[in-house]
Design a protein around this ligand. Sequence first.
Ligand code: XMP
Length: 509
Amino acid sequence: MIIVIDFGSQFNQLIARRVRENDVYCQIEPNNISVNKIKDLNPQGIILSGGPSSIYEENSPRIDKSLFDLGIPILGICYGMHYMVNILGGKIKKATKREYGFANLDIKDPEPLFKDMGTGFQCWMSHGDSAVELPENFGVTASTENTAIAAIANHTKRFYGLQFHPEVEHSINGSLMIRHFIFDVCHCQKNWTMKSFCDGAISQIKESVGDKKIIMGLSGGVDSSVAATLIHKAIGKNLFCIFVDNGLLRKNEKEALEKNLMSNLDLNIKFVDKKDKFLTALKNVTDPEQKRKIIGNLFIDVFEAEANKIDGAQFLGQGTLYPDIIESKSAFGGPTSIIKSHHNVGGLPEKMKLKLIEPLQLLFKDEVRKLGTELGINDDLIWRQPFPGPGLAIRIMGAITSARLNVLREADVILLEEIRKAGLYRKLWQSFAVLLPIKSVGVMGDKRTFANCIAIRAVTSNDAMTADWAKLPHDLLGLISNRIINEVENINRVVFDITSKPPGTIEWE
Ligand code: XMP
């Protein structure tokens, strides 16, 4: 295993992914982890991440110096390199100007990280401070025009430092450098595969749950479906799933779940119809945050009431993923934990006094998909685009009524059908229809119309933290527009959303 010490870099997850892409397990730990705990984890290598701080700042993240006495290879990236240089007796100079963007790296000592990379290549810099004096027994292994000490090594101790970011996609040879570190320096084995993960997770669930019961909410999405399938493999009929129809689902959602998940799996699922309850609570509510709160609280109430009917359940299963854990301050203590606290983490379990079982909490989304395939789940489910918990409520601007929900459902089905036919469904992070709260004038069959407007939203993204609007072909947009206007009652205009995230969000509310 490789450990990434979190010094607050926005790229931490990327570093972990780059390692895991090589079938080597990698875990992110906060910088306040004790050196004893690191010893227990027994990693073959440690990567000190970058971070936004300057090492001479009073509250800059630190880690115990004895980390450097463990005899474990260490790679420091940007702030991680500064930290290593400073703590081992070198000097860092505070920058007067930030260096940001591409730089040409001139390699002076290719072994081991720059092996087979020629004399230089382009790397991606984003730093203020720089190393100006190296600790004893360190040498410079690469420079750029602006940064004399761009990479360093202490070959005896197997300590390496990179001023630039090998983990980001635009750093040429970045992945190869990480491979050299994990295999040539740390001598890791390629043994992190979905098969091994799956076997390990199943025996772990068996061991912690024994013959007790687990309840879990199913949404029809990838994460909860894969988690439920995995748990089912471990404890079979002692898993009790609850699917709440809140009236805000897309067309045929329940049927899709039955077809995709239950056709080859003997799952216990209770379908609970609470459409009226949700729609009554949402009547005349137009404020997005209020909508979200009402839906979230009601979901907890309904789920809790249903769960209480299942006798003797002691565990709650959830499809929480690794990024959710990293982003959730309560679950993780590192300096990166600032972004948002995720819907899956918190809320339900505390109130219900159930122990959590989160078998996917070490996985990234693409790994969950691989695991789903390993578990034999069908492709249609595995490649489903994400659908938000508050459902269509946050895609109807203004008040929600059954009639408006139906209009949106019909438009959404057409849009998704055409996106699939065009072979774009899997290439897009999400594609969906939004119902706008305005009416506009049109002319259909020689008659004046005054009807509603649908917006098409389609984005590409890797993780939903940022997204780009998808450049859908004009013909396809035309086809979708035509079909929606002709086939959906009360729609006479279709527009295309060309906003990226940021500044927009993916959902409209
Ligand atoms: P935004 O709209 O914030 O969405 O750019 C980012 C991603 O998160 C999904 N999303 C949600 N998922 N509960 C969820 O389970 C929610 O309340 C929620 N809000 C947004 C959204 O679909 C996108 O993939």
